[in-house]
Design a protein around this ligand. Structure first.
Ligand code: N01
Length: 542
């Protein structure tokens, strides 16, 4: 018997009762614990990893860092926390972000309610009791009034089902599960599959470490120089002196990201004027080119101008014209997640780096000693899978979640995720998702997005408590209207036009549905309006 179980009055084994179970101790789970505990609720957090940090715990691959400015990719809920933490670089590295998560956990004494190395495997709603029974992979069972799923948008790793994978005798790693002790690559022949944000960060470092590096690229991606620098102490001091004002542009633009959105329309600028704006932003570093014009995501011509500008930079940088062409994306800019890099395209000028185009010649098989594609065999000592994630839904669907009438979330979402505001799901009372599908999540600065969600959930629990309400559930009408709205907004943009993980296209068989909500400020306003109208779109019961 574990300490989460008790012997009931009749000798029967009953689950420990808590107010809230939180699944995941990344930035979402940590803040949920802080807020909900602050309401006097008993909260149990389960975390599958052997430490806290979520995404920033698992993604320890060489080169991992955040491409949102560190001063903005941080919690805003505590002025003291803001004051006592200093960032060392403009864009923080994974070890520094993880250290920050540890600092937050210590500072607010969070660890005592977090159980590590424990994965939530099922959550079943008991309608008669109005409670969730949550089970873990350690065989524990706990009963909770609320479930808060802080399972992350990009945490269910995707390793494609390449034939022969099991017989490979070398070492292979997914970037999202990189060994804590690191990997010795000196003198090794290393292959990396993928060319998304992760690969773009990892490739320059792997190329420095490995004897030879082979990059197996299916789709090239747009990337811009991050121009990362050590943190200027004066800049940090000024930012902290008026932190809310500093943070404002990181939450008020359509994306709440580092795009520094411009109100100006590219359609009304001449080609020379457009290029001037692109150039200025390219020089400033970060993802600014993507925010160069207000119509860049809706006007194909403006988007193509930005695309051609970046392609020009790739052609200038990469010495071999054939390699440069292979690296030039033919998708609209921003349609797949754009990246901010350090020496990515330059890396292809190194003599130990080979780009292998697998767009028309997919990986045929993994052999005992390497990989075969395009009729050629590549001998490899190590294969790195930078092949992404079952984004947005994967981490939720690997938990056996059953709501009212025993309905499985996996069945309900068979044709794509359906939520109201990315916070609640019809048929699943008292279950909240932090940055769930249908919320801005990955199309916003994640930490402000998390804080907004957790605050909304915490306020909702207070509202319910004050009124003696026990259950909250999205109505089918509100949910259907929200799903339609999410798609209508996306359909006005270039987003649905390419095969990105935003639409689930990276996972064979996944329904093609645009999952995140576009427009963080509009979303926040909608959430506030829902509250002002007495949780409109939700059914509340005592
Ligand atoms: O994953 P991805 P990621 N055969 O899905 C390829 C965030 N992030 O880990 O494009 C061959 O983007 C796939 O090819 P294709 C960020 O939101 C943030 O790189 O599907 N190739 C693609 O090239 C990002 O978007 C930071 O044709 C296959 C790659 O694998 C998200 O995480 C840093 C394949 C996967 O790219 C995920 O990025 C890093 C197959 N069968 C990541 N299957 C920050 O800075 C897949 N691929 C904050």
């Amino acid at each position: 018997m574990t300490d989460t179980q008790k012997i009931g009055r009749n000798g029967d084994r009953t689950a420990r009762e808590v107010d809230v179970v939180v699944a995941g101790a990344g930035f979402g789970g940590l803040y949920a614990l802080y807020r909900l505990r602050g309401l006097g609720l008993e909260v149990q957090v389960y975390e599958a990893g052997s430490d806290i940090g979520g995404t920033w715990y698992w993604n320890r691959y060489p080169g991992a860092r955040c491409d949102v400015e560190s001063l903005a990719y941080s919690y805003a809920f505590s002025r003291e926390l803001e004051e006592d933490w200093d960032w060392s670089e403009r864009y923080a590295s994974q070890p520094e972000i993880l250290e920050y998560a540890h600092h937050v956990a210590e500072r607010f004494d969070l660890r005592r309610d977090i159980q590590l190395e424990t994965r939530v495997v099922s959550a079943v709603y008991d309608e008669a009791r109005g409670r969730w029974t949550v089970r873990t992979d350690r065989g524990e069972e706990v009963s909770a009034q609320f479930c808060v799923m802080a399972t992350g948008c990009l945490s269910a790793r995707n390793i494609p089902d390449f034939p022969g994978l099991d017989r490979y005798s070398g070492r292979c790693f997914h970037t999202g599960d990189w060994p804590e002790e690191g990997v010795e690559l000196e003198g090794r022949r290393v292959g990396i599959i993928g060319s998304g944000s992760t690969a773009i960060q990892a490739i320059p470092i792997l190329a420095e470490q490995a004897g030879e590096l082979f990059v197996f690229q299916r789709t090239p991606n747009f990337s811009m120089p991050a121009r990362n620098t050590p943190m200027d102490p004066d800049y940090q001091k000024r930012a902290k002196a008026s932190y809310p004002a500093f943070r404002e542009p990181f939450v008020s633009g359509m994306f709440g990201l580092d795009f520094h959105p411009n109100d100006r329309l590219g359609a009304s600028a001449s080609p020379e004027e457009r290029n001037e704006v692109f150039e200025e932003r390219w020089r400033a570093g970060g993802l600014g080119v993507v925010g160069a014009f207000a119509d860049l995501f809706v006007d194909e011509e403006v988007n193509e101008a930005a695309a051609e500008f970046i392609r020009g930079k790739i052609r200038e940088t990469v010495h071999d014209p054939e390699v440069a062409e292979l690296l030039c994306p033919d998708t609209p800019v921003g349609c797949k997640r754009p990246c901010a890099d350090t020496n990515y395209f330059e890396t292809y000028n190194r003599p130990n780096v080979t780009l292998v185009d697998i767009r028309n010649a997919p990986v045929e098989e993994i052999t005992e000693t390497g990989l075969r594609t395009g009729g050629r065999h590549y001998e490899l000592d190590c294969i790195v899978f930078a092949t992404g994630f079952a984004a947005m839904t994967g981490a939720l669907l690997r938990i056996d979640i059953r709501g009212r009438d025993g309905v499985k979330l996996a069945e309900k979402w068979a044709e794509g995720p359906k939520t109201y505001l990315g916070l609640g799901v019809e048929g699943f009372p008292n279950l909240f998702t932090i940055t769930g599908p249908g919320s801005p999540s990955v199309l916003a600065n994640m930490i402000p997005g998390i804080e907004q969600h957790v605050n909304w959930i915490a306020d909702c629990m207070v509202y319910m408590r004050e009124r003696g309400l026990r259950r909250i559930e999205a109505t089918p009408e509100a949910e259907a209207a929200w799903v339609e709205h999410v798609n209508q907004i996306a359909d006005r943009t270039i987003y649905p036009t390419c095969n990105s993980w935003y639409v689930g296209a990276n996972i064979p068989g996944k329904p093609r549905v645009f999952m995140p909500y576009l427009g963080f400020p509009r979303y926040v306003a909608k959430c506030e309006q829902v509250v002002a109208n007495g949780y409109e779109g939700f059914r509340l019961e005592s």
